[in-house]
Design a protein around this ligand. Structure first.
Ligand code: SF4
Length: 353
C-alpha cells in the first residue's frame, strides 16, 4: 500500500479526520481505484466486519412540494411523471414496513415531501410510528419530514422514533445553486434540533450535481461537524422534468472514490449506499459493499430500485452478511469514547485539573 493510503488507514483506525490534501487525493490522486477501495475496505471491516444493514424507505406523502431543490422530482415546478399522493394511512405504512422487515430491513425510514411538518403532520407520524411498532416492534424507525420547528423533534422522540434524517446534500458554498427556498443553515439547524431531542442524527449527501472535488471535501468535513450516526451517500438520479435532468457526470470509479472518502472521514459511522447506486455504480455495485456498511433495500422515494432478491444475492456473492436485528450497527468501540467521571467532586480522587 502507498504511504498515502497507509496513512489514511492508520488515521481512520484512530478515528482521526484526513487532512484536506489527503481527502482530495482520494478523489483524484494517482492511486489506483482498487487500491483505494482495498484500503478503505480495511477500515470498514475493522469497525463493521462483513455486516450489511438494510433500510427501507416508505414515502408517506409524494410530490407537490413547495420547495425548489433542483435534484428532486417532487420539487415545485417538477414535471417528472412520478406518483403524487397525500398522506398514506398508518395502516398502509405498517403493512409496507412489515413486508420490508420480513425481507431483512432493520430500519424503516418514514419520509414525506414538504418544507417541514405542521402540527397535524406530526400527529399523523406519531400514529404511524405506533402502527409500525405494533406490527414490527424490532424495527428502528427513522423519520424524515424536512425542517423541524420548536418541540417537533421532542414529540417524534417521545413517539418512539429512533432517528431523524435530514441530508446536507451539498457544500454550503453551493447550496444556493441547488435550492433557493431554504438554506444550508436551516438544514444544520434541524439536525441540531433532532440531536438535542435525543434522535440519532442521519445526514448525508447527493453527488453528481456539478460539485467540484473541493465541494465534496467541504461537505464531508461539514457533515463531520454535525456528528451523524448514519451518512447516506446518494448519487443523483437525473429525473426528466427537473433542472438536473442532463447531469450524467458520474462514473462508477468516481462513485467508489467518493464512498472511500466517506469511509475514511466516517470510519466508525454507518455509511449508507443510497439512491442512484444502480444507475451510477452499475456492474461495480458489489465493490461498494467494501466501503459502505449499510444500504437501502427496495425502491426509493420516487424511483424504483433493483429487486430485493438481487440485493440479497449481491450481498451473499460479495461475501457479506445481512445484519440481524440483535446486532448493534455502530461498533461497540464508539461507546468507549464516553468515559464516566469517577474522580473529582463526589469522589475521593483528585480532580483532573
Ligand atoms: S428534497 Fe424535500 S424539500 Fe426539497 S423539493 Fe424534494 S421533497 Fe421538497
Amino acid at each position: 500500500m502507498t504511504t498515502l493510503l497507509d496513512g489514511l488507514v492508520g488515521k481512520a483506525l484512530r478515528r482521526e479526520t484526513p487532512s484536506r490534501d489527503e481527502a482530495l487525493a482520494v478523489l483524484t490522486g494517482a492511486e489506483e481505484t482498487l487500491d483505494i477501495v482495498a484500503a478503505a475496505g480495511r477500515v470498514r471491516r475493522h469497525f463493521f466486519g462483513r455486516r450489511v444493514k438494510l433500510n427501507t424507505i416508505i414515502n408517506m406523502k409524494s410530490g407537490l412540494c413547495p420547495e425548489d431543490c433542483s435534484y428532486c422530482s417532487q420539487r415545485l415546478g417538477s414535471s417528472a411523471e412520478i406518483l403524487k399522493y397525500s398522506w398514506i394511512s398508518p395502516e398502509e405504512a405498517a403493512r409496507t414496513a412489515d413486508q420490508a422487515v420480513r425481507a431483512g430491513a432493520k430500519r424503516i425510514c418514514l419520509v414525506a415531501s414538504g418544507r417541514g411538518p405542521g402540527a397535524r403532520d406530526i400527529t399523523r407520524i406519531e400514529d404511524t410510528i405506533a402502527a409500525v411498532k405494533e406490527g414490527s416492534p424490532e424495527a428502528e424507525i427513522c423519520v424524515c419530514l424536512g425542517l423541524l420547528s420548536d418541540g417537533q423533534a421532542e414529540r417524534l422522540a417521545a413517539a418512539g422514533a429512533h432517528a431523524y434524517s435530514h441530508n446536507l446534500n451539498t457544500s454550503e458554498a453551493r447550496y444556493a445553486d441547488i435550492c433557493s427556498t431554504h438554506t444550508f443553515t436551516d438544514r444544520t439547524d434541524t439536525l441540531r434540533r433532532a440531536g438535542a431531542a435525543g434522535l440519532s442524527p442521519c445526514s448525508g449527501a447527493i453527488f453528481g450535481m456539478g460539485e467540484s472535488d473541493e465541494d465534496i471535501v467541504d461537505l464531508a468535513f461539514a457533515l463531520r461537524e454535525s456528528d451523524p450516526d448514519s451518512v447516506p451517500v446518494n448519487f443523483l438520479i437525473p429525473f426528466e422534468g427537473t433542472p438536473l435532468a442532463d447531469n450524467w457526470e458520474l462514473t462508477p470509479e468516481r462513485c467508489l472514490r467518493i464512498l472511500a472518502l466517506f469511509r475514511f472521514c466516517f470510519p466508525d459511522v454507518e455509511v449508507r449506499l443510497a439512491g442512484g447506486r444502480e444507475i451510477h455504480l452499475r456492474s461495480l455495485q458489489p465493490l461498494a459493499l467494501h466501503l459502505a456498511n449499510s444500504m437501502f433495500l427496495g425502491d426509493y422515494l420516487t424511483s424504483e430500485g433493483q429487486p430485493g432478491t438481487d440485493d440479497r444475492q449481491m450481498i451473499t456473492d460479495a461475501g457479506f452478511v445481512i445484519e440481524g436485528v440483535d446486532e448493534r450497527t455502530l461498533p461497540d468501540a464508539r461507546h468507549d469514547l464516553v468515559a464516566i467521571r469517577r474522580r473529582g467532586a463526589g469522589s475521593d480522587l483528585p480532580a483532573n485539573t
